[in-house]
Design a protein. Sequence first.
Length: 362
Amino acid sequence: MPLDPSEFPQGEAPDPEDEEPGECGSTTVSAESIVIEEEVLVESEVTVVKPVALYIMFDKSLSMDQSGLWEPAVSALNSFVNDEDSAGLRIGLQYFPNGGSCDTGAGYDTPAVPVGELPGHAATLSDSLGQADPNGIGTPIEGALRGVTEFCKAYQVENGDEPCVAILVTDGKPQFASGCSEDHDELAAIAGAAFAAGVKTFAVGLQGADFDLLDLIAQQGGAPDCDPSGDAYACDVSSGAEQLADTLVSIRDTVVEIETHTETVTRVDEHRLPCEWQLPEVPAGQTFDRDKVNIKLTAGDDERNFGRVPSPDACVEDGWHFDDAANPSRILACPETCTMIEALPDAQIDILLGCETITLVE
């Protein structure tokens, strides 16, 4: 754009008849953007929570209601599935007794609430718990165990060996269930066979549960001692059903695998154009003339020519100076000029050689 001499009150504006710096196209250095993107390879540690499914077999026998365990147990389970730290878990839910088969586990091996991922799945689980009625007769632990473990075995096959953990929650003993085994060894062997097939089984006992049996189930099911400082090997919440939430958290933290590995990624760093520039190489056949260097700023459709000052002490707005006036190698923008450049995200700088330098202060 034409220069306005009023822009240079402290110095000398070029003669309008002279060639403008922007017309020295043959000696223009390629412009640089105010923001420079640089690809950098960065190594970082990445933590990955490996997927795992929990299939919870929840006792809804009449005794759960009669002993006042149902509501606090439901509340605890709701608390667990809505815990933000449970995000990413996959949860399925079934109740017993439900009329399923003790011989095969059919009816128990199909969840009342299919496996889904938290936190999005929490509302579905809570809705089911709110509608469930603790009115079952008897405690068919054989059917419940066969169902919960058979489901997990099939789930792992169908989901690329993603772990499925069986969790049996009960307040009872294996009785009053026609056709179901009450033999501790036979029942524990179901969990043992599942563990041999890669399925871990946890047993959680509320008040009234048979811990002799639950301990055997947990041990043969491959679960760790739920509380090494306590008497039971299985998870004992007999002192209060509300403790079920803490127990499920403990189980979650035991079975969730966290994998950390080093990953190399390409990061794009943005650097602002610096307010100093190396003098460009002089085109072949020419010699460098310190008095034929100009700086032009382009921001969108606007252009602005900066002027030289003799030293940093003489800096003014729109000014620049050499690092060494006698033997220059770099060009430095005055602080006021630099502030203006950095405020223009779409700015470009051209260093022009061959035309008489615009000076602001001599």
